[in-house]
Design a binder for this molecule. Structure first.
Ligand code: SF4
Ligand code: SF4
Length: 142
């Protein structure tokens, strides 16, 4: 199983195409904040951008924090969300050490499902699906 990595963020131009692709194709929304991957400025125009997303923890804090079993471990790393079980408490958001999960103003939860649909929409090949390996919580995958 592969997981999403962001090995070439030095090429990122902050166009948010990956986030928009995720929002549109995966979450059926039009806002780039309603996505499993979000691009943030590292501080200024000259310092570049970084990708905030689920890093595919092997032993996810978010799963442990969920009181309803709505988040389940994905084989190969990361998590899957069973929306019908989610009570929108936000405990998973608080538990993730890398802000990998977000909650919109309606309470809906967004997390990267490691599907890789965003990869093809990045104009500078910043993103890549790579074979999963053991990833520690908070570890930054190059
Ligand atoms: S704790 Fe965060 S980084 Fe780890 S699996 Fe959950 S969402 Fe992903
Ligand atoms: S918001 Fe939903 S997915 Fe997150 S911990 Fe609460 S019930 Fe689980």
């Amino acid at each position: 199983m592969k997981i999403l990595t962001a090995p070439h963020m030095e090429r990122c131009i902050g166009c948010h195409s990956c986030s928009l692709a995720c929002a549109r194709l995966v979450h059926k929304k039009l806002s780039w904040e309603s996505a499993g991957i979000r691009i943030r400025s590292a501080g200024g125009l000259s310092t570049g951008f970084y990708a905030v997303r689920c890093l595919g923890c092997a032993d996810p804090f978010c799963v442990a924090a969920c009181p309803t079993g709505a988040l389940i471990r994905r084989r190969g790393g990361g998590v899957l969300l069973r929306e019908k079980k989610c009570i929108q408490c936000g405990d998973c958001v608080q538990a993730c050490p890398v802000e990998g999960i977000v909650q919109d103003r309606d309470g809906r939860i967004y997390v990267c499902l490691q599907c890789g649909q965003c990869v093809d929409y990045c104009p500078h090949d910043c993103l890549e699906m790579r074979e999963a390996r053991s990833v520690e919580p908070g570890e930054v995958i190059a």
